[in-house]
Design a binder for this molecule. Structure first.
Ligand code: GLY
Length: 350
């Protein structure tokens, strides 16, 4: 009897070993990205600008999806897609970051691995080209979760991460946003940063100045592992070392295998107060809600009730991508192993 039992286990084990990496019952992969939300409506975007945003989102989504399609890890997909958005001057993260009141760029980012809940974050870094990669290094190469300012920069040096001069982050439209913000406050306008391009002779329109920037990526890979990442320049004209929700695990970013991956953007102070990302995951885990139901409950109901604005992207327990926003528009995209890529901006799009 004992021998028969052992034989049965051996047969079962060899059948499992011979099975293809993905069977019909194995989880597929899925990815969602966002590039911010806000008062983004058709009359405000020229056809050219809209096409540029769609192109930037599509390139990032394709890079993350390629990692997942090839059997890669969700963490790698999140980092790959986030780096493309960080390198794109259209989005308020990395290269396209907004300016602080004194004319600097202070960048925040975080990443979370849904397998065991490891997480990494950085706040207020000024010379790291891809803060998402620094956040990942904090998670994987340090005993800490969050590093800030000069210490984070020193860690980036130790880790050999790409560094850039302040002028790398200079974009004329973000500078114009800063000037407008400071003028409205009656505050002094700082000198253009060293190395910045000279003032243009023709007037430029400030870029999507009614949008909360920030980029984010959430993914589930073929092995069912979840990951989430978020990166931002924060808010235009921020002062006093202000840090929003993006680098705060549980507010801007959260991931737990089999439950959720969430990345948020919006008025960070409100997202921190509501622990938005963690609360959405808790609703999925404890109330068995879908990602869409949980996200709407937190964004459309709870966040709206306290006066906050913004959006989230979610991969839920079933691996389904979802999002929610209480603003007129949201730069977003998603793709799964079963569905073609979708890029959307306006509220009336899928
Ligand atoms: N949600 C980005 C920030 O508040 O900084």
């Amino acid at each position: 009897m004992r021998i028969a039992g052992a034989l049965a286990i051996l047969v079962l084990l060899s059948a499992c070993a011979a099975a293809p990496a993905r069977t019909q019952s194995a989880p597929g992969w899925s990815i969602a990205i966002h590039g911010g939300a806000g008062i983004i409506e058709r009359p405000q975007l020229t056809a050219e600008t809209e096409a540029a945003y769609r192109d930037g989102l599509a390139r990032a989504l394709a890079a993350g999806a390629a990692v997942l399609r090839d059997g890669g890890a969700s963490l790698d997909a999140v980092e790959a897609a986030a780096r493309i958005l960080e390198d794109d001057p259209l989005f308020n993260a990395g290269r396209g970051a907004v300016f602080t009141a004194d004319g600097r760029n202070e960048l925040d980012a975080s990443i979370m691995d849904g397998r065991a809940g490891a997480a990494g974050a950085v706040a207020g870094v000024t010379s790291v080209r891809n803060p998402i990669s620094l956040a990942r290094a904090v998670m994987e190469k340090s005993p800490h979760v969050m590093l800030m300012g000069a210490g984070a920069e020193a860690f980036a040096t130790e880790q050999g991460l790409a560094r850039v001069p302040p002028a790398y982050f200079f974009t004329e439209r973000r500078w114009l946003q800063l000037e407008e913000t400071l003028r409205a406050r009656g505050a002094p306008i700082p000198a253009r940063p060293e190395g910045a391009t000279p003032s243009p002779s023709a007037a430029l329109a400030p870029l999507d100045d009614h949008a909360f920037g920030t980029i984010g990526v959430v993914a589930r890979d073929q092995n069912g592992h979840y990951a989430a990442g978020t990166s931002t320049g924060g808010t235009t004209g921020k002062r006093w070392g202000r840090v929003g929700d993006s680098p705060v695990i549980g507010a801007g970013t959260f991931a737990r295998n089999g439950v959720c991956a969430v990345s948020a953007t919006g008025t960070g102070e409100y997202f921190i107060r509501l622990s938005v990302a963690r609360t959405i995951c808790a609703r999925i885990e404890y109330l068995s809600e879908s990602g869409k139901t949980a996200a709407d409950a937190v964004i459309r109901d709870a966040l709206t009730a306290i006066g906050g604005d913004g959006c989230v992207i979610v991969i839920d327990a079933e691996g389904a991508p979802a999002w929610s926003f209480n603003t007129p528009g949201m730069y977003r995209g998603f793709e799964t192993s079963e569905t073609a890529p979708v890029i959307s901006i306006f509220a009336d799009e899928p």
